[in-house]
Each structure stands twice: as C-alpha cells, then as structure tokens.
Design a protein around this ligand. Sequence first.
Ligand SMILES: NC(=O)c1ccc[n+]([C@@H]2O[C@H](COP(=O)([O-])OP(=O)(O)OC[C@H]3O[C@@H](n4cnc5c(N)ncnc54)[C@H](OP(=O)(O)O)[C@@H]3O)[C@@H](O)[C@H]2O)c1
Length: 338
Amino acid sequence: MPLNHQILLDNRPLGEAVASNFKLVSQPTPALQDGQVLVRHHYLSLDPYMRGRMNDTKSYTAPQPLGEVMLGGTVGEVAESRHPAFAVGDKVVGMGGWQDYSVVNASEPGALRKVDTSHIPLQAYLGAVGMPGVTAWYGLVKIIEPRAGDTLVVSAATGAVGSAFGALAKARGCRVVGIAGGPDKCAYAVNELGFDACIDYKQHLDAASLSKALKEACPSGIDGYFENVGGMVLDAVMTRMNAFGRIAVCGMIAGYNGAPLPMSYPALILVSRLKVQGFIVTEHLEVWPEALKELGMLVATGQLRPRESIAQGLAAAPEAFLGLLKGKNFGKQLVQLC
Ligand SMILES: NC(=O)c1ccc[n+]([C@@H]2O[C@H](COP(=O)([O-])OP(=O)(O)OC[C@H]3O[C@@H](n4cnc5c(N)ncnc54)[C@H](OP(=O)(O)O)[C@@H]3O)[C@@H](O)[C@H]2O)c1
C-alpha cells in the first residue's frame, strides 16, 4: 500500500495560529473494504474557515478534533476501487483532508463526486467551480439580489470568493468595485478580473479615509456589499450604503486570529434601512447545482479565469495556510500533492 503523508491538528492556537499547531506524520494507506475507494489527491484546498475550526469554541460547526487529519477539500483521481460506480483514473472531488491519499466510503451521499475535466481544470473544482464560487453566487443572488445598474462592492476582491463574485456581478450588469490589499492585487482586479475599480485598503489608515476613496469609486453610493473582512473596511462601506442596501456577511477574516472587530456605526443599519444577513454556504445545498452550472460556464468560456497560488507538497501546507490568513496568497490558495 502507498505511504500516506498526513497533517494533523496537534494543539489549538492561543491567539494567532502558528506552524507548531500542526504535525506531519506518515503511515501506509489501509487495505480497502467493499464499497471503499482509494483517492490519490492532486490538490488540497486551503480555506479561511479552517482557522475557525482550529478553535474549540461555539460556532456553526464542530471543531476540528485534535490528533486527527485536518479537514479540507481535495481533488484527485481514483487509485483503487471496490465500489462499482468508481473506476481507477476517475477524477473526483471530495473532503479528503490534509493528506496525500484518502479512503472514502463512496456510497455515503456527497462523499465523492466525479468531475469532468474536459473544459474545466481539475483544481477549479476547489475554487471557482466549487465551494468558494458557490459562496459568491449565494451571497450575490440570494442576499444582495442585484439589479442591473446597481453598484456592488466586495472585499478580499481578488481571492477565491471575491474573484467569482466579480464575474457573477458583471454578468448581471452591475458596477463592481473591489477592495483588496496592495497595488498589484488592485491592478489585477481591474485589468484581468474586469472590476470597474479597486481600492487598496492598505493605503488608508482609517475608515474615514477609505470612505472618501469609496465615494470616488462609487459616485451613486453602494447598493450591495459582499463582506469578507470586517473591521475598518466594513465601517467605511457602511457609511456609503444607499437606503435599502443589502449586505451579505460571508466572512470576517480580519478577526479570525482572535482580534476583536467592533462595529463603529451600527445605527446606520436603521438609518439606511439596511438588510444585513450572514450565511454559511454548506447550509444551502439546494442552490449548488444551479450555481455550479453558471460558474462552470463562466470558467469554460474564459469569462472567469481566477489566479491561483500553489504551494508544493503537503509539508508546505501549514505555512501556505498561515500566509492566507495574512493576505500572502494571490487568488485561490491550493497545495499541489502527489
Ligand atoms: N460564509 C461561508 O459559507 C463562506 C464560505 C467560503 C468562504 N467564506 C469567507 O469568504 C472570505 C474569502 O474567502 P476566500 O476563500 O476567497 O479567501 P481569499 O480571499 O482567497 O484569501 C483570504 C484573503 O483575505 C484577505 N485578508 C486576510 N487577512 C486580512 C485582514 N486582516 N484584513 C483584511 N483582509 C484580509 C487577504 O486579501 P487582501 O490581500 O486583499 O487583504 C487574503 O488574500 C473569508 O472571510 C472566508 O472565511 C465564507
């Protein structure tokens, strides 16, 4: 049996997550039972939600157990099969975790899905045509409910979710303004992702300064905001929201390492009659087929070509993950495995 390298959660972070929270181990993959499939992972997805699961605190889902393989989405191919629906060589997506191989009970609903790589690259099923893409779709379509001509803003604009949001919103005739960290990310948002404008929040020391930049980029105000960050960025956007604006609260990454994220202007929710709604994409499985169809079309036709940051080898996963929490990634953060 092939040797399987795995990364376990060894201990929980105290404040900022660090590399010593993780432990690399190796063991042979077990022999398959009837109904099981051995998947060789080609790519592991690194996602901000993993930081929340490293804590043992109240959340929308159970914490990552200590001493077990880190949870995570994977794409790869079937290396061995004792399930009639899967053959060696099939390309599959699943939740294989931070390891080179996984043994999957393939009859479990949703455990393993075959994917077509003839027009869509395999790793896109972890990004634009996967969970992050559907996240953008849900917040845009179901919460922001855009109308052509609306001005929409998204933070972490060049990331996996933000880049999909831009393409989906442009396809609906909206003006789309990104907020991202640094001139390179902002130039990429406008020149390659098709955003109408992008503001580098790192050039602004406080919400008042960022709010001024938003006024210039959004002369008609903001109708919809897709929130990925929290803190100063949310404060600035709130001051520019139009009456009856909609805010889809998708993530607050600025607080994932434990920093408090006070909200400075909650009264604007009342004064501007805002709709502010949080959501978790995995609680809305009913929209996935429709969303994946649209996202697949955008990728296959070249209208959405998101950038990727690819770390090499499983041992590089912890540093790449810690970098993602600090904005070191440029586009979807992946780890290329065997
Ligand atoms: N609700 C759901 O179901 C759901 C599902 C998936 C993802 N999410 C959320 O969606 C957001 C984006 O996820 P993603 O996978 O697309 O990640 P991503 O945008 O590809 O990467 C994270 C980005 O967040 C930004 N960032 C990191 N630390 C920051 C800080 N302290 N202040 C401001 N920005 C910071 C960085 O971009 P800059 O360099 O531009 O700052 C970084 O590149 C996250 O908040 C995630 O938790 C939610």
